[in-house]
Design a binder for this molecule. Structure first.
Ligand code: NDP
Ligand code: OXD
Length: 307
């Protein structure tokens, strides 16, 4: 029985940590695997298309991140294989810190001043306080709910949109069917949805048109949530006032991409919240032990829903 790590990028630091926690197990990095039929547990990050078909006896495919789109879009999993994802308070908390920065820099006009500085322009503008600010969060899952609670605690007005209704103190919850009402009250839109066939392209022209005039977009979900051309058009038409984006349809963002030099777009390189080595390893080991002992796995993804 063995574990395989299948990563885009260097898997060796993760292997070293796993070997320390599970010294008696065979832990290999794809493609250097002696006996693929012995592998029952795969830890994956952006695996190449259909690579898992080489592993016939897989029981668990564990995503190294919260998102599983990188697996569901590229692999065909059979009935007996469970897909699990990472759920970690550190991941939610780090996302909260990033989103707080994103909102504060916007309400205090920091991006505008950075542009003004380039042109030696002295142009004071009114800022908003936290008490005057409403944030609207698409996705109230493990991360979105945590973030919503934190914004509420700080004194922001908070709304959230999710498939089902939520009962989160201080947060106005809208369901899937109530999207228009949610958007109509939105001035700062935070996207922390998972990427599924349902949510692909959701940040589009039609949606932008339903937001309050000059709304601001913050997207940390996935690049394919956004129709890039629609964002550029909405910014040029001053329908939106700006955007802060951490995720892109193509990563790294190509050198010639129009987002790079757009004065109303702030870019970060998919770093809003990074998987924490220590807590993620404990979580992975726990799920591996559960698989061995036949106990229910933690955070199994519904392959039907895609999250
Ligand atoms: P969860 O699966 O816990 O939550 C997903 C939320 O989205 C749920 O509230 C769900 O509603 C809602 N949702 C899903 N589909 C729809 C839909 N069609 N309409 C309305 N609501 C919908 O995910 P996490 O919170 O753990 O993570 C969310 C995403 O954040 C990840 O998939 C990943 O893409 C991204 N991420 C990005 C990072 C970064 O660094 N940029 C880091 C970590 C995550 P309901 O609860 O009713 O089912
Ligand atoms: C994740 C991510 O899904 O880092 O965890 O994007």
């Amino acid at each position: 029985m063995s574990i395989v790590l299948i990563f885009k990028g260097d898997a060796s630091p993760w292997r070293e940590l796993l070997v320390k926690k599970l010294p008696n197990e065979v832990i290999e990095i794809h493609p250097d695997v002696k006996n693929k039929d012995a592998v029952r547990f795969a830890l994956c990050w952006k695996p190449e298309k259909d690579i898992l078909l080489e592993y016939k006896n897989l029981e668990v495919v564990q995503s190294l991140g919260a998102g599983v789109d990188h697996i569901l879009e590229t692999q065909t999993l059979d009935q007996k294989t469970k897909l699990t994802r990472l759920v970690d308070t550190n991941l939610s908390h780090d996302m909260w810190e990033y989103l707080l920065v994103a909102v504060l820099q916007y309400i205090k006009n920091i991006a505008a001043y950075r542009n003004d500085q380039r042109h030696q322009t002295w142009k004071p503008q009114r800022y908003r306080t936290i008490q005057e600010t409403h944030v609207s969060i698409m996705g109230l899952g493990k991360i979105g709910e945590y973030v919503a609670r934190k914004f509420t605690e700080l004194g922001f007005t908070v709304s959230g949109w999710s498939a089902s209704r939520k009962d989160i103190a201080g947060v106005k919850s809208y369901t899937k069917e109530e999207l228009d009402a949610f958007l109509n009250s939105t001035e700062i839109l935070i996207n922390v949805l998972p990427l599924t066939p349902d949510t692909k392209g959701i940040l589009n022209k039609e949606l932008f048109g339903k937001l309050k005039q000059h709304a601001y977009i913050i997207s940390v979900g996935r690049g394919d949530h956004l129709v890039e051309r629609d964002l550029l058009e909405a910014l040029d038409a001053e329908m939106l006032s700006g955007a802060m984006l951490d995720v892109f349809a193509e990563e790294p963002l190509p050198k010639n991409h129009p987002f790079w030099n757009h004065p109303k777009i702030t870019i970060t390189p998919h770093v809003a919240s990074l998987t924490n080595f220590d807590s993620a390893i404990d979580f992975i080991v726990e799920n591996y032990r559960r698989m061995l002992s036949g106990q229910p796995l933690l955070h199994v993804v519904s392959q039907e829903k895609g999250y």
